[in-house]
Design a protein around this ligand. Structure first.
Ligand SMILES: [Zn+2]
Length: 296
């Protein structure tokens, strides 16, 4: 077993974790019961065997190149609370896919990464959280790769990661931020139907995980990791949820050469049936749309 996996929040301790993180016991029990029947959870291991290559709908990003971010710490070291969550101004960004426009609400980070690539775990992962007019959530994920020493690139995120809010009382404001700097020129991606990765783990979330990692200084990644030091619930620290079963889901990708599996006939039927649900036309409403702003 990958030793890093032991860093991740074990599902077995979910109820106690939720309780300790502030959810009343009754609520934590209900959530654990709900989780027992949920089958499209995130994150996942995006691997070649469960991935199908096909042309995907274009992602039309419309992001401000000069906007203001309010960066908050939502409650580290609690691994279910987002630290370095950058709230964006209304209208600062959107993505249109399959004729539906989703507005950017915030972006945030997890360490180590939550989704895996063929079993490989990057040191950090960024999530850009969007929602449409019906409160359907779309998350654009991107892996972050650490680069050591003088070869470390300069990025638009440097000012944020060199001045992270250490606790919930601090809000750091950054002006003139170019949101386009968060995206690669090549937006080939992996797409699947999943969930929030923090309580209440709501499903019906459309995941678009970009294939091209973002490179950042390892020192900056360490600055972020230091907000989630080891604790009894997370012996090696971090704020990443463990990977979840695919339960028959197929990941779609337009990355050439990544997918190795040709779905079996049975799987293919499941895929076709699933496309109606997965196919990015799902319009499942959230149980509580107000939870959007607390998405981590
Ligand atoms: Zn997240």
């Amino acid at each position: 077993m990958n030793t890093q996996l032991s860093r991740l929040l074990p599902l077995a301790s979910l109820v106690s974790a939720l309780f300790l993180s502030g959810l009343p016991t009754a609520q934590a029990n209900t959530l654990a019961e709900n989780l027992a029947v949920m089958e499209k959870q995130s994150p996942i291991d995006i691997n070649a065997h469960d991935t199908k290559f096909q042309q995907l709908s274009p992602l039309q990003f419309n992001l401000s190149s000069d906007t203001t971010l309010s960066v908050i710490n939502n409650g580290s070291p609690d691994e279910t609370k987002t630290a370095a969550r950058a709230n964006v101004l209304p209208g600062a960004g959107s993505v249109t896919v399959d004729g539906d426009t989703y507005k950017l609400a915030q972006f945030h980070f997890h360490t180590p990464a939550e989704n895996l690539e063929n079993g490989h775990r990057f040191p950090m992962e960024m999530h850009l959280v969007f929602s449409d007019a019906n409160n359907n959530i779309l998350v654009v994920g991107r892996w972050i790769q650490g680069v050591d020493g003088p070869n470390a690139p300069t990025t638009a995120l440097d000012p944020i990661f060199n001045d992270l809010p250490k606790n919930t009382t601090q809000t750091h404001v950054f002006n003139h931020f170019d949101l386009n700097a968060l995206l690669p020129a090549n937006t080939e991606s992996f797409r699947y139907d999943g969930s929030l990765t923090t309580p209440p783990f709501t499903e019906g979330v459309k995941w678009v995980h970009l294939a091209q990692p973002l490179q950042m200084s390892s020192a900056e990644i360490n600055n972020f990791s230091s907000l989630f030091p080891p604790n009894p619930l997370s012996p090696l620290g971090g704020d990443a949820r463990g990977i979840q079963d695919l339960n028959g889901r197929v990941v779609l990708t337009d990355v050439p050469g990544f997918a190795s599996a040709v779905p079996e006939p049975g799987t293919y039927a499941m895929l076709l049936a699933g496309l109606g649900l997965i196919g990015f036309t799902a319009r499942r409403r959230l149980v509580n749309p107000g939870l959007m702003t607390s998405v981590a």
